[in-house]
Design a protein around this ligand. Structure first.
Ligand code: DLL
Length: 433
């Protein structure tokens, strides 16, 4: 089902007109209201009135994750904080999170794109929808929640985790659609199998899966083991949350970007030059309608390609491929974004530790595990109880900053690999995706 027929199927020539009008307005607005944007524009010698075509956007400077950090917490807001109705946040590259705000209208737009996403995934008004994305600062839970209500679904706000309860709710309330990370969908599949529940025995038919990278092989496995159609949903906090793009159930071949709200480009990650449709590069988004926190040419770090060709479902919005990689060292562990530099930020100031650490990510069956190896400082001669206590303190501090529990292993001074001139690999990702 197409939720917004008029917008989602409009001719691309008309879409370009809509986008240009919104872009010009948005660029003027941020120039007037957000000091960081004014500075960037001035430095680049670009004036808002010089944006006369969509191509002119290429002259506008990029926004990066570091711009959020430098203006933490509310410096990128285009309105006073007291005019927002909600704040969300995601991991920053250091100890402080990336903060975003929403006006009442931003929440309406977000619900609209999430309703479109759910409808594109196979949901119909009246269906029971189990929302197993985390509720809280993470955008997944509340974003999908509002979209589902707008679409007219019966929402079960299960939030993340607690597999036992998820299964009880699936069986008793009879959800037809579930939203969660793809890795959690596999966890659920195995838990159901362990209880002797066969795929197809539950009313569950569709999964709206995202927030982390996954593959076609994973899709096949999830579809087979859960007996559902698995659909890819993409989004990021800086741009809105879930619902920036979503696959259609008809084709399952690329996620339609909701281009009347999010203008998408693909650029060469090295040079920043725009790349033609079909070429892999870094996704860059400009929000066209967001009021509280407009972002202009935000460099996502996500590597993907666009396909503007027509789609069997009738939507005219361009499709993005799966995210094939990252330009930075961000990891996604159990759906939570983790930067190695956060580890450093969490542990700074503990004299018993050296600044050398390593992250090892594994996947036990379907669940991600993070081990953090930390070298103790040269002089540290703590015996077993002192080591245990130190490890526990590290675990607590890391949990505060990362938002997830890691296994901490203290290792001897000098035992972790050192850089030999090149990039030091602080991360060993042993998951097979
Ligand atoms: O993960 C928003 C979201 C919630 C999307 C629920 C989908 C469903 P962040 O926590 O800010 O926001 O993480 C954004 O996650 O830049 C990608 O690297 C990655 N990501 C999100 N969706 C996908 C996906 C939410 N479908 C970051 N495939 C993004 C691959 C994804 N990577």
């Amino acid at each position: 089902m197409i939720w917004n027929l008029e917008m989602e199927t409009m001719p691309r020539s008309r879409l370009a007109e809509v986008q240009l009008r919104l872009l010009q307005h948005q660029v003027r607005r941020v120039y007037e209201r957000v000091p960081l944007y004014r500075q960037k524009f001035d430095d680049a010698g670009v004036r808002p009135d010089q944006i006369r075509s969509l191509e002119d956007l290429a002259r506008v400077p990029f926004t990066r994750k570091s711009d959020f950090r430098d203006t933490y917490p509310f410096g990128l807001f285009a309105i006073p904080v007291d005019q927002t109705v909600r704040i969300h946040a995601s991991s920053g590259t250091t100890g402080k999170p990336t903060v975003v705000g929403y006006t009442a209208n931003d929440i309406r737009v977000w619900a609209e794109v999430c309703a479109r996403s759910l409808a594109a995934s196979g949901a119909q008004p009246g269906d029971v929808f189990q929302n197993a994305y985390g509720y809280g600062l993470f955008t997944g839970g509340l974003g999908m929640h509002y979209g589902a209500e707008l679409l007219g679904l019966v929402v079960v706000p299960a939030s993340g985790g607690n597999t036992e309860r998820q299964i009880m709710l699936l069986a008793d309330f009879g959800a037809k659609i579930i939203a969660c990370t793809p890795s959690y969908a596999l966890t659920l599949a195995e838990a159901l199998a362990a209880r002797g529940i066969r795929p197809g025995q539950l009313p569950l038919r569709y999964g709206v899966l995202g927030a982390e990278p996954w593959t076609e092989a994973m899709r096949d496995e999830i579809e087979e083991k859960l007996g559902i159609t698995a659909i890819n949903i993409y989004g990021l906090t800086e741009v809105m949350g879930p619902g920036v793009s979503n696959e259609c159930v008809e084709e399952k071949n690329g996620a339609h970007v909701f281009e009347d709200h999010f203008l998408v480009e693909v650029v060469d990650p090295e040079t920043g030059e725009p790349l033609p449709s079909g070429t892999m590069g870094e996704l860059v988004f400009t929000t066209l309608t967001r009021e509280a926190l407009p972002v202009i040419r935000y460099r996502t770090g996500d590597i993907a390609a666009l396909n503007v060709g027509p789609c069997r479902c009738g939507r005219t919005f361009t499709r993005m491929s799966r995210v094939m990689g990252r330009t930075d060292d961000m990891l996604i562990i159990r759906g939570i974004n983790v930067y190695p530099s956060q580890v450093e930020a969490a542990l700074v100031g503990l004299p018993e530790l050296s600044p050398h650490y390593q992250l090892v990510v594994t996947r036990e069956r379907t669940l991600d595990e993070l081990e953090i190896k930390i070298e103790v400082s040269e002089g540290f001669a703590g015996e077993a109880p002192a080591r245990l206590d130190l490890a526990a303190r590290c675990r607590e501090k890391l949990r505060g900053v990362l938002g997830l529990t890691a296994n901490v292993t203290l290792v001897a001074s000098g035992s972790l690999p050192r850089s030999e001139g090149g990039k030091l690999r602080r991360v060993e990702d042993r998951r097979k995706l």
